[in-house]
Design a protein around this ligand. Structure first.
Ligand code: M6R
Length: 611
């Protein structure tokens, strides 16, 4: 999704801005641009459609000590040079903006009446004209931005420069993340710290309503009442290692392979000899778990599927659990039972729908809020009573892989802690807990074993290259795993894929079965295996082609109609965490055959910070 970088320094900032944009490419975007105030105090504006590399080619003659830059993911107005940011007004002011301005039509009408000419279809352009208008009325740059944000409805992270005040960078935030990187004799703004890895480690996260006056030597932050405020100075732990391919062709492939290490790190320090430890989750974790009688989990996309798998665990352990998509949750009425813990799950911690759902939930009487998240500096983390980190390490591929499996591991740990309370006083460790802990310890090795099946998965993927549709089937906790497998395939290979609980086939989707509709199934050796086998027979009887990831003791065999890939026996509770891995690899290799942009699939963004 859109990315912001800004810099003010005593050296040329253009290379810093371009490098920062490249580092934000993983978020997904369709156009890029920058504006720099040059030595002659004029605004040099460059914008281009497509990759940052295109922008870089047209910036070789741009120099200056202050500037803002942006990668845009279209919301209002198609991807086009005129809609790319920065937007300028009267060649005086340049603005980069993340978020959506909801009252842009009203502002546009009054600005047109005042004589402003619009050159884009974006909601952002009203911001820059409004700032320009206030400056024309005599306000300095900071005051003009302050007045303008008071007139905006919606969400924004803003970086603003003006050729009239080339020694001042102004930043503002409400609803869209923005931080200030602190350098030596130079300062920066960015939508996330990865943009600033080579230039700043110390940073300040702006809070909603904050505005900042930034020069090369100073940073002043003001809250929404205009009061000067101190915001905590944090230290980033990001490094370049995590953002390099390390010999892999794609970040997605690297991240699939990293799952062994990522899961090991997720478990690190959280397991006792035969139990799950609670203290490593945070000082208030025990009290929050004690208060919890039932759960409401809200998330989007892959994180929603993680929640959907976890629901099977929670309810098996006697904890009522309701799971909902964030964008739906936030627009309906709710009945909240006493003792309900509101849980969000998010890799990025910045997904706007999930964040808005959390803000709404806080007004509804939930006992506490808990976030399962991968990014320590993120908005959801700051807004939640407790965060349990997934420790996946940075995930760059838009298609989530290691973030998903580490979410599942984290959720299983939480489920075990809550189960203890359902069993008694919350302290007693029983055989089932010891068994789950034993199995969790074997999980990294088992993931490695599945990854070793890659050659067979490559052979399987060749059957999908010329297909337009695919069905995914699973039962029980493997139904959401089938959904996640279908999401992976459609996201990166652009093949239309749908998932069904296998028992639902006969209620409609069976009509789709023919030899052009590959059917992928996950078949662990659990209590639903025999039911699943009957569902698979329904497919075979109609000439369907089956591709089954099956427990080697399932009794399922390959033949002309069915390709079975055997997975070593695995404990029921951790089976979903394991069975998603071959589905990730299948999607990856199909996408490779189709030649798509695997790490940055079309139309998608890594961090979805708009509604
Ligand atoms: O950062 P989040 O986990 O909140 O993101 C939610 C979804 O946008 C995300 O999981 C998306 O579905 C992935 N690209 C799927 O691979």
């Amino acid at each position: 999704m859109c990315g912001i970088v800004g810099a003010i320094s005593n050296r040329d900032v253009t290379p810093i801005l371009v490098d920062g944009l490249k580092r934000l490419e993983y978020r997904g975007y369709d156009s890029a641009g920058l504006a720099v105030v040059d030595a002659q105090q004029s605004l040099d504006l460059k914008r281009s459609v497509g990759r940052v590399a295109n922008l870089e080619k047209i910036c070789s003659d741009v120099t200056g000590t202050i500037g803002v830059a942006h990668t845009r993911w279209a919301t209002h107005g198609r991807p086009a040079q005129r809609n790319a940011h920065p937007h300028t007004s009267s060649s005086q002011v340049a603005v980069v903006h993340n978020g959506i301005i909801e009252n842009h039509q009203e502002l546009r009408a009054s600005q047109k009446a005042a004589g402003f000419v619009f050159s884009s279809e974006t909601d952002t352009e009203v911001i820059v004209h409004q700032i320009d208008w206030h400056m024309q009325q005599g306000a300095g740059l900071f005051k003009a931005v302050q007045k303008t944000v008071g007139e905006l409805e919606g969400a924004y992270g803003l970086g603003v420069v003006s050729k009239q005040q080339p020694d001042l960078l102004v930043a503002a935030r409400s609803g869209s993340p923005l931080l200030i990187g602190l350098g030596e004799g130079e300062n920066f703004i960015a939508s996330d710290m990865s943009a600033l890895i080579p230039v700043a480690q110390k940073y300040i996260v702006l809070e909603d309503g904050d505005l900042a006056k930034i020069t090369s030597n100073s940073v002043e932050v003001f809250d929404s009442n205009g009061q000067a405020v101190e915001r905590e100075i944090r230290t980033s732990t990001l490094s370049d290692d995590e953002t390099e391919l390390g010999g892999f062709a794609h970040f997605m492939k690297k991240e699939i392979h990293e799952q062994t290490r990522a899961i090991t790190e997720t478990l690190e320090g959280r397991l006792g000899a035969n139990n799950v430890l609670e203290l490593p989750f945070g000082e208030n974790a025990r009290e929050i778990f004690d208060n919890t009688k039932e759960l409401k989990i809200v998330a989007c996309g892959t994180s929603f599927y993680a929640a959907s798998v976890a629901r099977y665990w929670f309810e098996e352990f006697g904890i009522k659990c309701d799971v909902e998509i964030a964008s739906e949750y936030r627009y309906r009425k709710h009945v909240v039972n006493p003792g309900t813990l509101f849980m969000t799950i998010s890799q990025s911690g910045e997904t706007l729908d999930t964040m808005a759902a959390l803000e709404m939930a806080k007004t509804l009487g939930y006992s506490n809020t808990l976030c399962v998240c991968n990014v320590p500096e993120s908005s959801l983390v700051r807004a939640s009573d407790l965060t349990i980190f997934t420790h996946a390490g940075r995930e760059i591929g838009v298609a989530s892989t290691k973030a998903f499996t580490t979410q599942l591991v984290t959720l299983l740990l939480i489920a075990v802690c809550l189960r203890r309370r359902m069993q008694g006083d919350g302290r007693r460790i029983d055989d089932m807990e010891s068994e789950i802990v034993r199995e969790l310890r074997t999980l990294p090795q088992q993931i490695d074993n599945v990854i070793e099946l890659e050659e067979q998965i490559i052979a399987m993927s060749k059957h999908f290259g010329n297909k337009e549709h695919a069905l995914f089937l699973g039962r029980g906790a493997h139904f959401p795993i089938a959904m996640e497998g279908a999401l992976k395939l459609k996201e990166i290979s652009y093949i239309h894929a749908e998932a069904y609980a296998a028992g639902e086939l006969k209620h409609g989707p069976l009509a789709l079965i023919d030899e052009d509709m590959p059917v992928v199934a996950v078949a662990p050796n659990d209590e639903l295996l025999e039911k699943l086998k009957s569902n698979l027979e329904e497919v075979r009887a109609r000439g369907g082609k089956l591709f089954v990831f099956a427990d080697e003791e399932s009794g399922l065999q390959s033949d002309d109609e069915t390709m079975v890939l055997n997975v070593a026996p695995v404990h029921n509770h951790i089976a979903p965490i394991l069975y998603v891995v071959p589905l990730q690899l299948l999607a990856y290799h199909v996408a490779l055959i189709k030649g798509t942009d695997i790490d940055k699939p079309r139309n998608l963004a890594k961090s979805v910070t708009v509604e």
